[in-house]
Design a protein. Structure first.
Length: 134
C-alpha cells in the first residue's frame, strides 16, 4: 500500500486524485512517469499499471536545475522515518544485509517487491524507490 495509490498494479486513473504532476514523461504507449518533485516523489506506470514509487529524501536525489524541489519524509514499514541523516548502517540495522547494490545503493527484495535505498557521496540517504519485482 502506498497511500492514495492503494496498491501496486492500480490503473493510472487512480493517480488523478494526486492532482496535476509537475512533469509528465511518456516513454512509450502505456508507459509513463508522473513527477511530483514539488511534493517529493515520482511514480511510474507500465501498461497503464502503477509499478514504481520514488521518494526524494535529500538533495542527492535531485538533478541540477530541478524546479522547486521538496523532500519527502516517508516511513518504512517498521516505522523508521527516512531523512537525509539515515545511513547505510541504519538501513542494514532494520533490514539486515542487502540482497544487492553497491557502495551507494542498498537493494532489498521481499514478497514480490524491491526497495532501493540510494545514498549520496557523503553516505546520506537521497532516495527510496519501491517497485514490483517482475
Amino acid at each position: 500500500r502506498t497511500g492514495v495509490l492503494r496498491t501496486f498494479g492500480d490503473p493510472i486513473e487512480k493517480a488523478k486524485s494526486l492532482g496535476k504532476p509537475d512533469a509528465y514523461t511518456e516513454h512509450s504507449r502505456g508507459t509513463c512517469s508522473l513527477d511530483y518533485r514539488s511534493r517529493g516523489f515520482a511514480i511510474e506506470y507500465e501498461a497503464d499499471r502503477f509499478v514504481e514509487l520514488a521518494y526524494f529524501i535529500g538533495p542527492g536525489g535531485m538533478t541540477p536545475g530541478d524546479p522547486s524541489p521538496s523532500f519527502a519524509r516517508p516511513a518504512t514499514p517498521a516505522g523508521t522515518s527516512l531523512t537525509p541523516d539515515v545511513t547505510p548502517a541504519d538501513i542494514r540495522g532494520e533490514y539486515g544485509e542487502a540482497d544487492g547494490g553497491d557502495d551507494e545503493t542498498l537493494t532489498y527484495v521481499h514478497e514480490g517487491f524491491v526497495q532501493e535505498f540510494a545514498f549520496d557521496d557523503g553516505g546520506r540517504l537521497a532516495t527510496w524507490t519501491l517497485y514490483l519485482d517482475e
